[in-house]
Design a protein around this ligand. Structure first.
Ligand code: VAH
Length: 320
């Protein structure tokens, strides 16, 4: 296996996944080998990475220059609009979610990059498939802007691998739950908001109806899975679009019941909004057996352990 010092660029490094992935990559590779990027102005508390670049991923020339200047070998390209936000800005979402990915694939084809990670989503699934235990190779029939952009991205990943051997790896993330950085704009983000509101107000109004099950995952498990996939020997990988990752599957009602075990007075009510139709188009659970076989996907957090960890850390973060 080729050995080289990884120089890592993370786009969307200040987001929900990016913040925590940056911290882990700094621990593994050293801050001097991790370059975080985002739209925010720099300040000393922005990131744990050794370097920060204020970079719009749509600015192709700037991205290329930064890749050259730092001699980047590996890109974790996380910058994206999520499902709720994408429905409100379809053309911008398509441009942001797809074109920078193509730019990174082109740079890899030209030999400027050795490896790329790009997140897809269970949002690629849609009409005409069973809701439960959805397989790796079912028909992709997304009905949302976000899902369409992620499906297109998966096809570009496959194309650049098959045609040019570009080593781009991808996971179809479920809804991700974390406490360090607030989520924003996602349909599954009720499962993040509920914890903040439980700690701050003792109650929550869910924008997803009580019996709508969706695939979910605690952020620690998502980061572990991402790093496991990126470390896997190339020859072990049989999926070059994007790997299913199922994690947990629960409804808002089941999550509220878990919170009530820790906070008996917690109250929830339901006022579904436009995101209910998005959730209804997605599977309730995912078959991730291929990822388990190819690169040893595993999980540490079930819904009970996740709930305890979220509430414990948010009570400290929010000073409650
Ligand atoms: C969203 N959190 O809700 C994202 C995720 C599976 C959904 O991709 O848009």
């Amino acid at each position: 296996m080729e050995s080289y010092t990884e120089k890592i660029l993370i786009t969307g490094a200040l987001g929900q996944i990016g913040t925590e992935l940056t911290n882990r990559l700094v621990k593994i590779h050293g801050a001097e080998n991790v370059i975080a990027s985002g739209l925010d102005r720099w300040d000393k508390n922005l990131t744990s990475a050794g370097f920060y670049e204020r970079m719009d991923v749509s600015n192709t020339q700037l991205v290329r220059q930064i890749v050259k200047d730092y001699e980047i070998t590996t890109v974790y390209h996380l910058a994206s609009l999520l499902s709720g936000t994408s429905e409100k800005q379809p053309l911008f979402a398509w441009k942001l979610n797809v074109e920078p990915l193509l730019n990174f694939c082109e740079m890899a084809r030209e030999g400027m990059l050795k490896k790329i990670f790009w997140p897809s989503s269970i949002a690629v699934f849609g009409k005409g498939i069973p809701k439960e235990n959805v397989g790796q190779d079912v028909v992709l029939n997304p009905t949302t802007v976000y899902g369409i952009s992620k499906m297109a991205g998966e096809k570009w990943c496959e194309y650049y691998y098959d045609k040019f051997g570009v080593d781009i790896r991808s996971i179809r993330y479920p809804g991700l739950i974390s406490w360090k950085t607030p989520a924003g704009g996602g349909t599954t983000d009720y499962a993040v908001e509920i914890f903040y509101e439980a700690v701050e107000q003792g109650k929550y109004t869910s924008f997803i109806s009580e019996n709508t099950a969706m695939p979910m995952l605690y952020m620690d498990d998502a980061i572990n899975a991402t790093l496991k996939l990126m470390d896997a020997p190339k020859e072990n990988l049989t999926v070059r679009g994007s790997y299913n990752l199922g994690g947990l599957s629960f409804t808002p009602k089941e999550l509220a019941e878990e919170i009530k075990k820790e906070m008996p007075d917690f109250e929830i009510d339901y006022q579904p909004d436009f995101r209910q139709a998005i959730a209804d188009s997605w599977p309730a659970s995912i078959d991730d057996s291929i990822a388990k076989k190819d690169w040893g996907l595993s999980y540490e957090f079930d819904i009970t352990a996740m709930t305890k960890d979220m509430l414990k850390n948010l009570k400290i973060k929010l000073g409650k």
